[in-house]
Design a protein around this ligand. Structure first.
Ligand SMILES: *Cc1c(COP(=O)(O)O)cnc(C)c1O
Length: 376
């Protein structure tokens, strides 16, 4: 019996073709942050996203957010409105640019940025300081934010939106791919994401001119000259051709990965929904979620901890939901527009093992531990 092998939250799951592409990189000596795999991976991503956007492969999702903010002109002294209920990588690049994050709480329908609080924050900042330079909204755990509402508010005040789709590759919103819903989209291929290049990310923009600017910034901002000539500050952010080979292999199985993660969600939900104290986040109207993570919202901190600790005792990894950025020590001096929603999610909620490589036995093992905590 495999009852002592550890079950992880979300581990890499190779498809099979990755090594073929990596070998091609070796055989042709394209061991560089450019090459045929980078181009091929970008084409795969572009096609998957619907073909209307330009994609730049970068070395992380964090780099992609950083380049996005530069494309939007975010700089010293600016304020950027950012979803509070997220991973710190959504907010850190705001600080890299010398700007200040202003955090916005979530709403219960999607656990993402509340359109109401967003508009209250915009009005407040215009009245008391100046118009925020950008909005960073996040599709947390693979559930899209209310893009129609958020985009409409952004348009009304003419503030561009960065769409942090790091957790939502494969999700759609009214049939449009997450990553293409707002002004600039961000993807991540970190080891825990739905597909991985071990580390990597991508920036999604609306036209070739913006893509060229992104590539320029991400390759040390080299001006057009035979020698090294620079008129702006650049970054070393491009994806390696070796790692892009992993990405090409992963793109062959993305549909399967989405199906497996959705299957995990359906398994947990069908077996646990009879317990009123355990709530799941349903797909809102018009949404197809990649179900990157299956999350539960319990009725109390104590109940969440009892499930988490019992899983831990059984070698099963789980994790509390994101600790909101406005509660993090590093952002304690930042402004925040909150109503307690993300704080309650953090206190009571838990991410369950959600990898696409979980076996039916693994899922059953997780379930039986959770059921034991319910019957105590
Ligand atoms: C993973 C993640 C990122 C950062 O991506 P990396 O590729 O790890 O740099 C950004 N935002 C969210 C919401 C994420 O989950």
């Amino acid at each position: 019996m495999s009852s002592n092998t550890k079950i992880y939250l979300s581990s890499p799951h190779m498809g099979g073709a990755e090594l073929k592409f990596i070998n091609q990189a070796f055989d042709t000596n394209w061991i560089a942050p450019l090459g045929p795999n980078v181009n091929g991976f970008e084409e795969d991503l572009k096609r998957f996203l619907g073909g209307e956007n330009e994609v730049t492969a970068l070395n992380s999702g964090t780099s992609a957010i950083h380049v996005a903010l530069q494309l939007l002109g975010v700089s010293n002294g600016d304020e950027v409105l950012c979803q509070s209920f997220t991973f710190s990588a959504s907010a850190n690049p705001i600080v890299y640019q010398g700007a200040r994050p202003v955090f916005i709480d979530s709403e219960l329908d999607t656990w993402n940025m509340s359109p109401e609080l967003l508009e209250i924050a915009i009005k407040d900042r215009i009245a008391k300081y100046k118009k925020p330079k950008a909005i960073v909204a996040v599709h947390i755990y693979g559930i899209p934010f209310k893009a129609n509402e958020i985009n409409a508010i952004a348009k009304k005040y003419e503030i561009p939106v960065v769409e942090d789709s790091a957790e939502a590759f494969g999700s759609t919103y009214f049939d449009k791919a997450c990553g293409t819903l707002s002004d600039v989209g961000v993807l991540s291929f970190n080891g825990n994401k739905i597909i991985t290049t071990s580390g990597g990310g991508a920036l999604v923009v609306k036209n070739l001119k913006l893509k060229n600017k992104a590539v320029f910034l991400a390759t040390q901002a080299r001006d057009n000259a035979p020698h090294y000539e620079h008129s702006s500050i650049g970054f070393n952010y491009r994806l390696s051709n070796v790692l892009a080979g992993i990405g090409r292999g992963q793109m062959e199985v993305i549909e399967d990965r989405v199906a497996s993660r959705r299957n995990n969600y359906n398994f947990y939900k069908s077996n646990l929904s009879k317990y009123k104290s355990i709530q799941f986040l349903e797909e809102p109207e018009g949404v197809f979620s990649n179900r990157w993570m299956t999350c539960i919202n319990t009725e109390s901190y104590e109940m969440r901890e009892s499930i988490r600790l019992n899983l831990q005792d059984n070698e099963i990894e789980s994790r509390p939901l994101w600790k909101p950025m406005h509660l993090q020590a590093v952002f304690k001096d930042c402004l925040a527009f909150t109503d307690g929603t993300s704080e309650r999610l953090f206190n009571n909620g838990l991410c369950l093992p959600s990898g696409s490589n979980l076996t039916p036995e693994d899922l059953q093992r997780v379930l039986s531990v959770i059921l034991k905590t319910q019957n105590q």
